[in-house]
Design a protein around this ligand. Structure first.
Ligand SMILES: O=C(O)c1ccc(O)c(O)c1
Ligand SMILES: [Mg+2]
Length: 598
């Protein structure tokens, strides 16, 4: 299907918005009046620019407060409309959106509304223009799609149809009963379909709409169900995104447009109008790769955690450190980031790496070159929105290229492991890429997104959302602050699974490792909340071990101090399914307190 995006969904000048929409692969745009008013380009130049970029202008909007107003007011509205229709002729736009009136003098009179819209449509027809009437969820007298349709039907004019907007419809409820009326609208009378999702918030609907809309798949609405219903009417216009969002207004237009287009590709897959390659869900974590300008501190930390340096890359300064099934690569290659040690890449075990890369590419993920050097194994990899490189690995498949064959054993056997594997990876997202990151991991990797949770940090609020595969062998916790954050505190981390966190923490300390100190108040509170066996709490207090519990089991965990922009966590998960969000504020405060003074 054709895809379109409203200019209000992207940041920048009109030219920047159009360029971003075109580059991301959209077929058309809805031009918002404000973007046109603020543009130095003439309507003819905008038309030409769109044509050069391969974009059609699918909609011009909005016209407001047209119908069911006093007759002198309506007279002025017709005059205003004539001006706008002349403008649209110069633009080459043939559909205008009229949203239901919020005018204080508007009356609750469907017959009058229909009469006015009919006159407007008559005028529009002279200009070859169609009028699409949309019910705003906060319209003064018309606030539902079925009410707007009844008025359009009564007006009975070929140049008048309705515009359906998923936000206005689903924000008022999504019970199947309330959506059944869509089937009563003939497809050819649905002149336009606007799509937006939104997180499920209990708040004033206008504020919700103007600030929190997001792209389909990023919120809590079942947008796909709505689209299926609309397509069943025979609607064959574009799928058009209309997203008012405070973050997207500010973020760079290019990546937002790609995120937006990806959401429509995923939606079209969900409703069955297109079939990109199916997701190939990863089955485990092959490795985590750290880049560092100085291998010393991170090697000391890994050593104290019980890791052994088992292999070295044949041609690059990359060491493999291993313990149980946990593998950490330490890369000191020249290009290593100057801003300190960081998590640069993740190896994901994939049942079919090539197919995983094809899925990623179809969903607009940047595909990385398969081979960095001639002698390297060719590996399929893509870049996540936060810049993390994701490698699709087939470690135990002799017939496929294997990352491990690039490494030569250095003769150190890993000892009896206290760590069994990687429990999860926690990736702090750039503040303007959080919704994109969730949609990316869900759609490109086929992971399941859990509910997002808020975590109080002494200097801000963090939002965190985990994406996992079905058996929990791949768990990635995505988080974000409200604003650009301090990387040394909001660092990435690698959580290591152990079945004895007390033993692991003790060995770590005895080997010279430093555990993040946790305040005594935390343990006093634990004592109030839970009963522990004799001496247990004292052990946790001594070792900086935190405790949590959910209906599935218990959770004990502790943290190392931070090196550069990464730290490690030791976790003992006895059935527990969460990530210790309850303890995160204490951990974050402790990390702030321990931050090196600059
Ligand atoms: O918030 C608004 O006013 C507004 C304007 C035009 C639309 O299409 C819409 O859905 C909302
Ligand atoms: Mg709308």
């Amino acid at each position: 299907m054709r895809t379109s995006i409203a200019t209000v969904s992207l940041s920048g000048s009109l030219t920047e918005k159009l360029t971003a929409a075109s580059r991301a692969g959209f077929d058309g745009v809805e031009i918002f009046e404000n973007d046109l008013l603020a543009s130095p380009l003439t309507p003819e130049e905008i038309r030409g620019r769109c044509a050069d970029l391969g974009l059609t202008i699918d909609l011009y909007q909005p016209m407001r407060d047209i119908e069911a107003v006093p007759s002198d007011e309506f007279g002025r509205n017709l005059r205003r409309a004539r001006h706008k229709f002349e403008l649209m002729r110069r633009l080459g736009a043939d559909t205008v959106l009229v949203c239901s009136s919020v005018h204080p003098l508007a009356v609750d009179d469907d017959a009058l509304a229909a009469y006015h819209l009919r006159q407007l449509a008559d005028l529009a027809q002279d200009f070859g223009i169609r009028v699409a009437y949309e019910a705003l969820a906060w319209g003064r007298h018309v606030s539902t799609y079925d009410h707007a349709w009844r008025i359009v039907e009564a007006a009975d004019h070929p140049a008048l149809g309705t515009c359906l907007d998923s936000f206005h419809i689903l924000s008022r409820g999504s019970e199947p009963k309330s959506l059944e009326g869509i089937a009563d609208i003939p497809g050819e009378k649905i002149f336009f379909l606007q799509l937006a999702d939104a997180p499920l918030l209990a708040m004033d609907v206008l504020q919700w709409s103007r600030h929190y809309r997001c792209f389909p798949g990023q919120g809590g609405f079942d947008v796909a169900d709505l689209v299926r219903r609309v397509l069943q009417t025979g609607y064959d216009g574009p799928l058009s995104l209309e997203v008012f969002n405070d973050v997207f207004r500010q973020a760079e237009a290019g990546p937002t447009a790609v995120d937006a287009h990806r959401s429509l590709l995923v939606l079209q897959d969900a409703v069955g109008v297109s079939t990109p390659p199916a997701p190939v869900v990863p089955t485990g974590v092959a490795f985590a790769e750290l880049v560092t300008p100085d291998a010393e501190p991170i090697s000391a930390l890994l050593g104290a955690l019980g890791f052994t340096r088992t292999a070295r890359h044949r041609s690059k300064p990359v060491d493999l450190w291993q313990q149980g099934e946990a593998r950490v690569l330490v890369n000191t290659a020249g290009a290593a980031r100057r801003d300190g040690t960081g998590l640069a890449a993740i190896g994901l075990e994939s049942p079919d790496p090539a197919a995983a890369a094809r899925r990623a590419e179809a969903l607009l993920a940047p595909v990385l070159p398969r081979r960095r050097a001639l002698e390297d194994a060719p590996l399929d990899a893509v870049e996540a929105p936060d810049g993390t490189e994701l490698f699709f690995c087939a470690t135990d498949r002799p017939e496929l290229p294997n990352w491990r064959t690039d490494f030569t054993d250095v003769g150190h056997e890993s000892g009896t492991p206290g760590v069994m594997g990687i429990d999860h990876l926690a990736l702090v997202q750039p503040w303007h890429h959080f919704d994109e990151a969730t949609l990316f991991h869900r759609s490109v990797l086929g992971l399941h997104a859990q509910e997002s949770v808020d975590v109080a940090d002494p200097y801000g609020l963090m939002r965190s959302r985990a994406v996992t595969n079905a058996d929990g062998s791949v768990r990635i916790a995505l988080s974000v602050g409200a604003a650009p954050t301090d990387d040394t505190v909001h660092a990435q981390h690698i959580a290591l699974a152990t079945d004895d966190v007390v033993g692991a923490a003790r060995r770590f300390r005895e080997a010279g490792g430093r555990v993040l100190p946790i305040p005594g108040n935390y343990y006093d509170d634990l004592a109030a909340r839970y009963e522990f066996a004799d001496g247990e709490l004292e052990t946790y207090r001594e070792l900086g071990i935190l405790y949590d519990r959910d209906p599935h089991g218990e959770f004990r965990h502790c943290y190392t101090v931070t090196v550069g922009r990464v730290f490690f966590e030791l976790v003992q998960r006895d059935g527990y399914r969460g990530y210790g969000a309850q303890n995160a504020p204490v951990r974050l405060a402790a990390q702030h307190a321990g931050r090196p003074v600059r």
